[in-house]
Design a binder for this molecule. Structure first.
Ligand code: CO
Ligand code: CO
Ligand code: CO
Length: 316
């Protein structure tokens, strides 16, 4: 299919990236993104916060600052109490307020299944757009949130998770990627994305594809919620993990020392996951230090870009 375009499209549909980017002038470009989904936690207020944090994240991943947002709502008005929708929207509004982003509109329809999300518009300097491309040999990869939320959400749905774990994971998904993005802007970052439905390795594969380079990941450095490994051992694995693995395993080379449960977590679909930042080698320790100083305690350097294996990911 041929999509309409013009000379001001900086990032468009011809490539898979976190958001579209459109130049308005020499020093201003618009970032536009939209995301919505069915509830992933029981509490409507927290669901609203997570949906907003998730929608805002794609603007941060592009190196931008979110400015405006619009609600997208599908609601079963005949069978569900409207008070639930109010709590969801309140959660979204509170998260937008935290992100200094204004809600300026929206649209709702009647739907059999509850759905909520937002479209978000942000600003970025056209020369400072971060995409999934532009990896350079020697670059270090930093992940800012731990993996395992897909597996743990499966355990929550099965009634197996403790209230304490539900609280931890809910807060993690509702945490904005804003602070990580603000810190990253002061460093020579070459590429960035956020880890969501395709899992760490799915999103990494998108970065590696077409780069002519390879990525080495040290499995024992990847931040992982330890309960995710316990539940994975019990077989509580979301269908999305198997899809992600099937889709990308031809690009991934696991060394025999990498436990199968860790492999599962590396493909686990995330909701509102962390930023995956590709930064110049000599700045990586400094960037990690600043991230931790800002309270992003889960952040770790998880691997690096090398010339080999070409367009593949090696996990050791
Ligand atoms: Co994204
Ligand atoms: Co998205
Ligand atoms: Co990006």
């Amino acid at each position: 299919m041929v999509f309409p375009t013009d000379e001001n499209v900086i990032v468009g549909l011809d490539r898979a990236d976190d958001a579209g980017v459109y130049r308005i002038s020499d020093d201003l470009a618009l970032i536009q993104t939209v995301d919505f989904f069915t509830p992933i936690v029981d509490d409507p207020y927290w669901f609203g916060q997570i949906a907003a944090a998730n929608a805002l994240s794609d603007v941060y991943a592009m190196g931008g600052t979110p400015k405006t947002a619009m609600n997208l709502v599908g609601f079963p008005i005949k069978s569900m109490d409207i008070g639930i929708l109010r709590q969801i929207i309140q959660g979204g509004v509170d998260k937008l307020t935290e992100a200094s982003t204004v809600l300026i509109g929206g649209h709702s329809i009647e739907d059999k299944e509850l759905k909520y999300g937002l479209s978000v518009t942000g600003f970025v300097h056209p020369a400072r757009v971060l995409t999934k491309k532009n990896l350079q040999a020697g670059d270090q990869l930093i992940l800012t949130k731990p993996l395992g939320t897909g597996i743990i959400n499966t355990a929550i749905k099965g009634g197996l998770a403790s209230d304490e774990l539900i609280d931890t994971v809910t807060r993690l998904m509702a945490t904005l990627n804003r602070d990580a993005a603000e810190v990253m802007m002061n460093f020579p970052v070459h590429a960035c994305t956020d880890v969501t439905g395709f899992g760490l390795l799915g999103h990494l594969a998108e970065m590696v594809a077409g780069s002519g380079l390879g990525v080495h990941i040290q499995a024992n450095r990847v931040p992982i919620l330890k309960e995710a490994l316990e539940y994975a051992a019990m077989g509580l694995i979301p269908a999305g993990m198997y899809k992600n693995r099937k889709f990308r395993e031809y690009m991934v080379d696991f060394s025999t020392s990498v436990d199968i449960l860790i492999q599962d977590v590396l493909f686990d679909p995330q909701t509102s996951g962390g930023l995956l930042i590709c930064v110049a080698q000599d700045s990586s320790k400094d960037l990690l230090y600043r991230l931790k100083e800002k309270g992003i305690l889960w952040a770790e350097i998880i691997g690096e870009v090398r010339t080999e294996p070409k367009e593949k990911i090696k996990i050791i």
